[in-house]
Design a protein around this ligand. Structure first.
Ligand SMILES: Cc1cc2nc3c(=O)[nH]c(=O)nc-3n(C[C@H](O)[C@H](O)[C@H](O)COP(=O)(O)O)c2cc1C
Length: 248
Protein backbone atom coordinates (compact mmCIF):
# COMPACT_ATOMS: atom_id res chain seq x y z
CA UNK A 1 0.00 0.00 0.00
CA UNK A 2 2.76 2.41 1.02
CA UNK A 3 4.63 1.72 -2.20
CA UNK A 4 1.50 2.41 -4.22
CA UNK A 5 0.77 5.69 -2.45
CA UNK A 6 4.34 6.77 -2.99
CA UNK A 7 4.02 6.00 -6.69
CA UNK A 8 0.93 8.12 -6.96
CA UNK A 9 2.69 11.00 -5.23
CA UNK A 10 5.82 10.66 -7.33
CA UNK A 11 3.79 10.52 -10.50
CA UNK A 12 1.84 13.61 -9.48
CA UNK A 13 4.96 15.56 -8.57
CA UNK A 14 6.82 14.51 -11.70
CA UNK A 15 4.01 15.23 -14.13
CA UNK A 16 3.30 18.63 -12.66
CA UNK A 17 6.78 20.16 -12.66
CA UNK A 18 7.31 23.51 -14.36
CA UNK A 19 9.23 21.73 -17.12
CA UNK A 20 6.33 19.33 -17.70
CA UNK A 21 3.95 22.25 -17.86
CA UNK A 22 5.53 24.36 -20.56
CA UNK A 23 2.99 23.72 -23.31
CA UNK A 24 -0.08 25.62 -22.34
CA UNK A 25 -3.13 26.73 -24.31
CA UNK A 26 -2.12 30.33 -23.52
CA UNK A 27 1.33 29.80 -25.04
CA UNK A 28 -0.32 28.28 -28.10
CA UNK A 29 -2.34 31.47 -28.52
CA UNK A 30 -5.71 29.83 -27.81
CA UNK A 31 -8.71 31.84 -26.63
CA UNK A 32 -8.99 31.99 -22.84
CA UNK A 33 -11.91 30.16 -21.22
CA UNK A 34 -14.81 32.05 -19.66
CA UNK A 35 -14.03 33.64 -16.31
CA UNK A 36 -17.37 32.61 -14.81
CA UNK A 37 -20.01 30.03 -15.56
CA UNK A 38 -22.95 32.15 -16.67
CA UNK A 39 -26.39 31.79 -15.14
CA UNK A 40 -28.56 29.57 -17.32
CA UNK A 41 -31.12 31.49 -19.40
CA UNK A 42 -34.18 32.26 -17.34
CA UNK A 43 -32.55 31.27 -14.04
CA UNK A 44 -33.74 33.03 -10.90
CA UNK A 45 -31.11 35.52 -9.80
CA UNK A 46 -31.09 36.89 -6.26
CA UNK A 47 -29.17 40.12 -5.55
CA UNK A 48 -27.04 40.16 -2.41
CA UNK A 49 -26.44 43.17 -0.15
CA UNK A 50 -23.75 45.28 -1.78
CA UNK A 51 -20.25 44.65 -0.44
CA UNK A 52 -19.59 48.38 -0.07
CA UNK A 53 -22.51 48.66 2.34
CA UNK A 54 -21.66 45.69 4.54
CA UNK A 55 -21.07 46.47 8.21
CA UNK A 56 -17.41 46.16 9.15
CA UNK A 57 -15.77 45.65 12.51
CA UNK A 58 -12.46 46.66 13.98
CA UNK A 59 -10.65 43.50 14.91
CA UNK A 60 -7.48 42.67 16.71
CA UNK A 61 -5.59 40.74 14.07
CA UNK A 62 -3.47 38.63 16.39
CA UNK A 63 -6.47 37.76 18.50
CA UNK A 64 -8.38 36.78 15.40
CA UNK A 65 -5.60 34.53 14.14
CA UNK A 66 -5.00 32.97 17.52
CA UNK A 67 -8.67 32.38 18.32
CA UNK A 68 -9.58 30.88 14.96
CA UNK A 69 -10.70 27.33 15.38
CA UNK A 70 -13.01 24.88 13.70
CA UNK A 71 -16.63 24.96 14.81
CA UNK A 72 -18.74 21.90 14.12
CA UNK A 73 -21.87 22.72 16.08
CA UNK A 74 -24.09 25.65 15.32
CA UNK A 75 -26.98 27.44 16.95
CA UNK A 76 -30.25 27.33 15.07
CA UNK A 77 -30.17 31.11 14.57
CA UNK A 78 -30.42 32.01 10.89
CA UNK A 79 -27.63 33.78 9.04
CA UNK A 80 -28.73 37.13 7.66
CA UNK A 81 -28.35 37.89 3.98
CA UNK A 82 -25.75 40.47 5.06
CA UNK A 83 -23.77 37.69 6.77
CA UNK A 84 -23.87 35.54 3.66
CA UNK A 85 -22.95 38.43 1.41
CA UNK A 86 -20.01 39.24 3.71
CA UNK A 87 -18.73 35.65 3.67
CA UNK A 88 -18.99 35.49 -0.11
CA UNK A 89 -17.30 38.86 -0.48
CA UNK A 90 -14.40 37.79 1.73
CA UNK A 91 -13.96 34.42 0.00
CA UNK A 92 -14.45 35.25 -3.69
CA UNK A 93 -15.38 38.94 -3.90
CA UNK A 94 -14.11 40.82 -6.94
CA UNK A 95 -12.27 44.07 -6.21
CA UNK A 96 -11.44 44.92 -9.78
CA UNK A 97 -12.19 43.64 -13.26
CA UNK A 98 -9.16 43.91 -15.51
CA UNK A 99 -9.32 45.08 -19.14
CA UNK A 100 -8.94 41.47 -20.38
CA UNK A 101 -11.92 40.37 -18.27
CA UNK A 102 -9.89 38.69 -15.51
CA UNK A 103 -10.51 39.67 -11.92
CA UNK A 104 -8.64 40.80 -8.83
CA UNK A 105 -10.31 39.28 -5.79
CA UNK A 106 -10.11 39.34 -2.02
CA UNK A 107 -8.23 36.04 -2.13
CA UNK A 108 -5.03 35.26 -4.03
CA UNK A 109 -5.05 32.81 -6.92
CA UNK A 110 -2.16 31.48 -9.00
CA UNK A 111 -1.82 33.71 -12.05
CA UNK A 112 -5.03 35.45 -11.03
CA UNK A 113 -6.91 32.61 -12.74
CA UNK A 114 -9.65 32.22 -10.08
CA UNK A 115 -10.89 28.85 -11.25
CA UNK A 116 -13.62 28.30 -8.63
CA UNK A 117 -17.36 28.45 -8.74
CA UNK A 118 -18.92 28.67 -5.28
CA UNK A 119 -21.93 26.43 -4.70
CA UNK A 120 -24.03 26.98 -1.60
CA UNK A 121 -26.43 24.62 0.00
CA UNK A 122 -28.65 26.94 2.01
CA UNK A 123 -30.66 25.64 4.94
CA UNK A 124 -31.07 28.60 7.27
CA UNK A 125 -30.46 32.02 5.76
CA UNK A 126 -33.05 34.79 6.19
CA UNK A 127 -34.85 35.57 2.97
CA UNK A 128 -33.61 32.55 1.03
CA UNK A 129 -35.65 29.43 0.37
CA UNK A 130 -33.59 26.38 1.37
CA UNK A 131 -31.90 24.73 -1.58
CA UNK A 132 -28.91 24.80 -3.87
CA UNK A 133 -27.51 28.09 -5.16
CA UNK A 134 -24.38 29.30 -6.94
CA UNK A 135 -22.58 32.58 -6.35
CA UNK A 136 -21.84 34.75 -9.37
CA UNK A 137 -18.82 36.69 -8.20
CA UNK A 138 -18.77 39.21 -11.07
CA UNK A 139 -22.34 40.28 -10.38
CA UNK A 140 -22.29 39.58 -6.61
CA UNK A 141 -25.59 37.73 -6.85
CA UNK A 142 -26.85 34.22 -6.23
CA UNK A 143 -28.34 32.06 -8.90
CA UNK A 144 -30.94 29.55 -7.76
CA UNK A 145 -30.08 26.02 -8.86
CA UNK A 146 -32.52 23.65 -7.15
CA UNK A 147 -35.06 23.50 -4.34
CA UNK A 148 -34.51 21.67 -1.06
CA UNK A 149 -36.88 18.99 -2.25
CA UNK A 150 -34.91 18.46 -5.45
CA UNK A 151 -31.41 18.81 -4.05
CA UNK A 152 -31.10 17.96 -0.36
CA UNK A 153 -30.90 14.19 -0.38
CA UNK A 154 -28.30 14.11 -3.13
CA UNK A 155 -26.29 16.94 -1.57
CA UNK A 156 -26.18 15.40 1.90
CA UNK A 157 -25.17 12.04 0.44
CA UNK A 158 -22.02 13.74 -0.82
CA UNK A 159 -20.63 14.13 2.71
CA UNK A 160 -19.32 11.84 5.39
CA UNK A 161 -20.46 14.23 8.14
CA UNK A 162 -24.04 14.36 6.93
CA UNK A 163 -25.35 15.60 10.28
CA UNK A 164 -22.99 18.53 10.46
CA UNK A 165 -24.06 19.65 7.01
CA UNK A 166 -27.69 19.17 7.97
CA UNK A 167 -27.28 21.30 11.11
CA UNK A 168 -25.41 24.11 9.40
CA UNK A 169 -26.98 27.30 8.12
CA UNK A 170 -25.16 26.91 4.82
CA UNK A 171 -22.55 24.71 3.21
CA UNK A 172 -20.03 26.13 0.76
CA UNK A 173 -18.49 23.99 -1.98
CA UNK A 174 -15.66 25.34 -4.09
CA UNK A 175 -15.66 23.57 -7.43
CA UNK A 176 -12.87 24.04 -9.94
CA UNK A 177 -13.41 24.71 -13.61
CA UNK A 178 -9.98 23.31 -14.33
CA UNK A 179 -9.46 24.78 -17.79
CA UNK A 180 -9.37 28.26 -16.29
CA UNK A 181 -6.16 27.25 -14.54
CA UNK A 182 -4.70 24.82 -17.10
CA UNK A 183 -5.07 27.53 -19.77
CA UNK A 184 -2.12 29.36 -18.24
CA UNK A 185 -0.27 26.66 -16.32
CA UNK A 186 -0.75 23.32 -18.10
CA UNK A 187 -0.20 20.35 -15.78
CA UNK A 188 1.05 22.53 -12.95
CA UNK A 189 -2.44 23.93 -12.66
CA UNK A 190 -3.42 20.77 -10.78
CA UNK A 191 -1.23 21.83 -7.90
CA UNK A 192 -2.43 25.40 -7.91
CA UNK A 193 -6.13 24.56 -7.84
CA UNK A 194 -5.79 22.84 -4.49
CA UNK A 195 -3.50 25.51 -3.07
CA UNK A 196 -5.93 28.23 -4.10
CA UNK A 197 -8.74 26.50 -2.23
CA UNK A 198 -6.84 26.75 1.06
CA UNK A 199 -6.68 30.52 0.80
CA UNK A 200 -10.37 30.75 0.14
CA UNK A 201 -11.35 28.63 3.11
CA UNK A 202 -8.97 30.40 5.47
CA UNK A 203 -10.66 33.67 4.55
CA UNK A 204 -13.98 32.02 5.34
CA UNK A 205 -12.70 31.02 8.78
CA UNK A 206 -11.44 34.52 9.52
CA UNK A 207 -14.44 36.34 8.09
CA UNK A 208 -16.78 34.04 10.00
CA UNK A 209 -15.02 34.80 13.23
CA UNK A 210 -15.63 38.52 12.90
CA UNK A 211 -19.41 38.03 12.63
CA UNK A 212 -19.88 35.18 15.12
CA UNK A 213 -20.23 32.54 12.43
CA UNK A 214 -18.49 29.23 13.04
CA UNK A 215 -16.80 27.40 10.17
CA UNK A 216 -15.68 23.84 9.54
CA UNK A 217 -13.51 23.05 6.54
CA UNK A 218 -14.51 19.78 4.88
CA UNK A 219 -12.28 17.54 2.83
CA UNK A 220 -14.24 14.38 3.63
CA UNK A 221 -16.71 14.30 0.79
CA UNK A 222 -17.49 11.61 -1.74
CA UNK A 223 -16.28 13.10 -5.02
CA UNK A 224 -18.64 11.25 -7.32
CA UNK A 225 -21.71 11.86 -5.21
CA UNK A 226 -21.00 15.50 -4.51
CA UNK A 227 -20.12 16.23 -8.14
CA UNK A 228 -23.34 14.54 -9.21
CA UNK A 229 -25.34 16.58 -6.69
CA UNK A 230 -23.88 19.76 -8.18
CA UNK A 231 -24.33 18.52 -11.77
CA UNK A 232 -20.57 18.58 -12.39
CA UNK A 233 -18.90 16.08 -14.71
CA UNK A 234 -16.06 15.34 -12.26
CA UNK A 235 -13.45 15.83 -15.00
CA UNK A 236 -13.59 19.37 -16.26
CA UNK A 237 -15.42 20.61 -13.19
CA UNK A 238 -15.16 19.06 -9.77
CA UNK A 239 -15.54 19.83 -6.08
CA UNK A 240 -12.21 20.67 -4.47
CA UNK A 241 -13.10 21.75 -0.95
CA UNK A 242 -16.14 22.51 1.17
CA UNK A 243 -17.10 24.11 4.47
CA UNK A 244 -20.09 24.38 6.72
CA UNK A 245 -21.06 27.62 8.44
CA UNK A 246 -23.54 28.54 11.14
CA UNK A 247 -24.10 31.04 13.92
CA UNK A 248 -22.17 30.24 17.09
C1 LIG B 1 -7.87 20.40 4.24
C2 LIG B 1 -8.75 20.25 5.45
C3 LIG B 1 -9.78 19.34 5.45
C4 LIG B 1 -10.60 19.20 6.56
N1 LIG B 1 -11.65 18.32 6.51
C5 LIG B 1 -12.46 18.19 7.58
C6 LIG B 1 -13.58 17.33 7.51
O1 LIG B 1 -13.85 16.71 6.50
N2 LIG B 1 -14.35 17.21 8.61
C7 LIG B 1 -14.10 17.93 9.76
O2 LIG B 1 -14.82 17.78 10.72
N3 LIG B 1 -13.04 18.78 9.84
C8 LIG B 1 -12.23 18.93 8.77
N4 LIG B 1 -11.20 19.83 8.82
C9 LIG B 1 -10.95 20.62 10.03
C10 LIG B 1 -9.74 20.07 10.79
O3 LIG B 1 -10.06 18.86 11.38
C11 LIG B 1 -9.27 21.12 11.80
O4 LIG B 1 -8.79 22.25 11.12
C12 LIG B 1 -8.17 20.56 12.69
O5 LIG B 1 -8.69 19.55 13.53
C13 LIG B 1 -7.50 21.62 13.53
O6 LIG B 1 -8.45 22.29 14.33
P1 LIG B 1 -8.67 23.87 14.24
O7 LIG B 1 -9.17 24.20 12.86
O8 LIG B 1 -9.71 24.15 15.29
O9 LIG B 1 -7.37 24.51 14.51
C14 LIG B 1 -10.37 19.99 7.71
C15 LIG B 1 -9.34 20.94 7.69
C16 LIG B 1 -8.56 21.08 6.59
C17 LIG B 1 -7.48 22.14 6.59
Amino acid sequence: MEMKENNILQQFLKTTTLEQSADTPAMAGKEPPMTEKPAPAGAKVIPLPEPGLLPDKNVNFLEMVELRSTVRQYSQEALSLNDLSYLLWCTQGIKMVLPNGDSMRNVPSAGGRHAFETYLYIRNVEGLAPGLYRFLAFEHVLVFEASQEEAEERFLAGFKATNMVKNSAAAFVWAAVSERMTYKFGNRAYRYLFLDAGHVCENLYLAGQTINVGVCAIGAFYDDRLNAALNLDGENEFAVYAATVGKM
